[in-house]
Design a protein around this ligand. Structure first.
Ligand SMILES: Nc1ncnc2c1ncn2[C@@H]1O[C@H](COP(=O)(O)OP(=O)(O)OP(=O)(O)O)[C@@H](O)[C@H]1O
Ligand SMILES: [Mg+2]
Length: 419
């Protein structure tokens, strides 16, 4: 998990007395946008009242007792992960009736149980139901239903067997093997498509919490965005931004948003740039355990990324031999553009998708590498496809599809992440 903004900014909201420690707020009015939403959209106008949200959503309303049965009474050994809002449990339901089934039968679900009550937890729970109840896309995680009973608030999602991108990038150990270059490109592209959809005229949503722990992976490494607790309706009409309290995770938030609270789709693009850099480097956005001067990844990496001969200093050493210098430089350049201090110089997510698609194509075809190989030899550069003097075979499309099958990595039976 990222370091909290709350460590940086003083909370002023009267609502913050009952807060989860992750977020910080500078005003108290955040669930619904104050903008009038122009509704020529296929996504229904965002409802405002809780009753409207719960009634209008296409989600199943579960009872607590159903979810207890589905998760074997929230057994500790079925915990899939912990976040700022509580634990996520693995459970089982019948595919058609959506009623709880015996473990191992029916479909697998992930049940998120909010462990704090209070206004903020409820708001974000409701925002999740609001947005994911209306939005449907291959790169957004599917919300199946919710439970609202007394003080209990739960969310029921499709199960994402490979867990979060965060685990794959940063956890060491046999459960989480390092992601290959090809898979990183794929995951980046999938996530970019999810954000591009949110920003599209169809949805007009600003996600506001793009980070590696919110990118979840299915068995084939298809990436989907989860956690819409901070999502906001984008600006409408001739407005350039939405004014909001500053919330998010430290290290991912755009500088102008931190400074002014003005939120635009370009704030998400900045966060995407941070994640892209984390994927390139295998390093967390913020890590106080790194040597001084390197705590903030973006600040440390930027000068190297702008220089083709220096980007190898930023690149994850576990990727050695899997990419061409040209491709790495293009990806670093894309990340740098997303990380532009001035938001107008950042690309929009459609442009990001296009660039990533081109990179994926060139990775599969091997075009740039073939051209670069002779050029690098002429310039006397070390060829990254050659490690310790022995040539590493370039990945073919076949290799990539093999890698993307669920069995590409050992399946740790002890991990509840795996069915
Ligand atoms: N649908 C899901 N399928 C499988 N695992 C999931 C699912 N949703 C969440 N998880 C796991 O549970 C963990 C906790 O998720 P959660 O969204 O509560 O917190 P987080 O994103 O890690 O942190 P934060 O509270 O900062 O958002 C995730 O990192 C992931 O490993
Ligand atoms: Mg999350």
């Amino acid at each position: 998990m990222g370091v909290c903004l709350s460590a940086q900014i003083k909370a002023e909201s009267p609502f913050n007395t009952v807060f989860n420690s992750k977020y910080v707020s500078t005003d108290g009015n955040d669930l619904g946008s104050t903008n009038d939403k122009v509704s020529a959209n296929s996504v229904p106008q965002t409802p405002r009242s809780e009753g409207e949200i719960l009634q209008s959503s296409n989600l199943k309303s579960f009872t607590l007792s159903e979810l207890k049965t589905a998760t074997r009474n929230f057994r500790p050994d079925s915990v899939l992960g912990e976040g700022g809002f509580g634990s996520v449990f693995k459970g089982w339901i019948d595919e058609n009736s959506l009623t709880a089934t015996k473990p191992g039968t029916g479909i697998v679900i992930a049940v998120k149980r909010l462990n704090q009550d209070g206004i903020q937890g409820h708001r974000e729970w409701l925002a999740e139901v609001n947005y994911l109840g209306q939005l449907s896309h291959p790169h957004l995680v599917r919300l199946i239903g919710f439970c609202l009973e007394d003080e209990h608030r739960l969310l029921v999602y499709e199960f994402m067997p490979r867990g979060s991108l965060e685990n794959h990038l940063f956890r060491r150990g046999s459960y989480f093997q390092p992601l290959s270059w090809s898979l990183r490109l794929k995951v980046a592209l999938d996530a970019a498509k999810g954000l591009a959809f949110l920003h599209s005229a169809e949805a007009k949503v600003i996600y506001r919490d793009f980070k590696t722990s919110n990118v979840l992976l299915d068995s084939k490494y298809n990436a989907k965005l989860s956690d819409f607790g901070l999502a906001k309706d984008g600006p409408t009409g001739d407005k350039s931004h939405v004014s909001t309290r500053v919330m998010g995770t430290y290290g991912y938030a755009a500088p102008e948003y931190l400074a002014t609270g003005h939120l635009t789709a370009k704030s998400d693009v900045y966060s995407f740039g941070v994640v892209l850099l984390e994927m390139l480097s295998g390093k967390r956005a913020v890590d106080k355990n790194r040597p001084s001067g390197q705590h903030n990844l973006v600040e440390w990496a930027k000068p190297f990324m702008a220089n083709k001969r220096k980007i190898f200093r930023v690149l994850d050493t576990r990727l050695q031999g899997q990419y061409s210098t040209d491709d790495a430089y293009k990806l670093a350049t894309l990340a740098l553009r997303c990380l532009s201090i001035e938001s107008k110089f950042r690309p929009n997510m459609d442009q990001v998708v296009t660039t990533l698609e081109q990179l994926q194509l060139s990775n599969v075809n091997g075009g740039p590498r073939v051209r670069r190989r002779s050029a690098d030899v002429n310039r006397g550069h070390q060829n990254p496809s050659s490690v310790n003097g022995s040539r590493v075979r370039r990945r073919s499309a076949d290799d990539i599809s093999r890698l993307e099958t669920p069995n590409a990595y050992p399946r740790p039976s002890a991990s509840p992440l795996y069915t």
